[in-house]
Design a binder for this molecule. Structure first.
Ligand code: NCD
Length: 309
């Protein structure tokens, strides 16, 4: 039996390096299949989704992924138009979605929400962002992008810049990178450093340095992973205004980077990468969004087929 069958995807910490590599191989397979064979993988299966926070790429890439493997999707993308407005609980809403689907994708502002949903759902739950805690499918997509674009992950120097305190993609990526031999440079304003409750666990698996100055590292990096300052998660707008626009990656900075370095971003981008960068060969964030469709198709194919595909 395929080990991912009917498994929840809650945290990247639940995946070993071997398992990540298997998902990458399955993603390669999805890409190589012709569209007709691809549509056999989840023919007749339904993906449910429930988004308590805004999303463009994550929801659409799951829908596009499910369609590409022959399945369909239904769900709630705008919670204000659902019975949550009448006071329906998360537990009941999750139960209902799980009745109508074979697996469900959840995004919710609270840490622990996906774990909770997995307890009440009898169908597999996929965490598409739980508070500031995790976004495991984004990390799988990020790791896959690095592997495809740099041909390896081991041995790379990876800078992660921006909001390291509230950015959940950062935590999932760091735990994912912990499976590899990489040199990580964390770059953020002092007030947005990685949360100290996570550093103990991350330090056990990963070597990293912390700094506030992107210029100290820029010429040495193979990968620059840029993140958005998470305005909506600041308890106080004043604090946000102090750090807004702290880092802007523009052509001047790109000139200092290695010729074959790549720039990633989970998106949405606000102002932290100048649009001048988009047309350069180093900009890989739109490619990264495309890989997200294939990695998610692979995950769904594995979760929903007892014998894999
Ligand atoms: C991220 C998220 O929701 O955490 N978006 C995404 O899924 N690509 C990043 C962000 O909102 O900044």
């Amino acid at each position: 039996m395929n080990e991912f069958y009917q498994k929840d995807i809650i945290s990247i910490k639940d995946f070993s390096k071997d398992q990540l590599e298997k998902i990458f191989e399955s993603t390669d397979k999805i890409i190589s299949l012709n569209p007709i064979d691809r549509r056999e993988i989840c023919k007749g299966k339904t993906l449910g989704y429930l988004f308590y926070e805004p999303s463009t790429r994550t929801r659409l890439s799951f829908e596009a992924a499910m369609a590409s493997i022959g399945g369909n999707s239904l769900g709630i993308s705008d919670i204000t138009s659902s019975s949550t407005q009448k006071g329906e609980s998360l537990a009941d809403t999750v139960r209902i979605i799980s009745i109508y689907s074979d697996a469900m994708v959840l995004r919710h502002p609270l840490d622990g929400s996906s774990r909770f949903a997995a307890e009440v759902s009898d169908k597999p739950v996929i965490n598409a962002g739980s508070g500031t805690e995790e976004h495991p499918t984004q990390a799988i997509q990020d790791l896959y992008t690095i592997k495809k674009e740099k041909r390896k992950i081991d041995g790379l120097k990876i800078g992660i810049v921006g909001d390291l305190k509230y950015g959940r993609t950062v935590y999932s990526l760091l735990h994912g990178l912990g499976n590899y031999d990489v040199d990580v440079r964390l770059i953020s304003p002092e007030s947005l450093r990685i949360r100290s409750d996570s550093t103990y666990e991350i330090k056990k698996k990963l070597d990293y340095t912390e700094s506030t100055n992107i210029e100290d590292h820029i010429d040495d990096l193979d990968v620059l992973y840029v993140t958005r300052i998470q305005k909506e998660r600041f308890p106080d707008e004043e604090e946000y205004l102090k750090v807004k626009g702290s880092y802007v990656v523009g052509l001047d900075l790109l000139q200092q980077m290695k010729d074959d370095s790549i720039i990633l971003h989970p998106l949405p981008r606000i102002d932290e990468i100048s649009t001048d960068i988009d047309k350069t060969k180093n900009a890989k964030y739109f490619q990264q969004a495309e890989y997200g469709k294939y990695t998610r198709a692979a995950l769904l194919g594995l979760t929903l087929n007892e014998n894999g595909f």
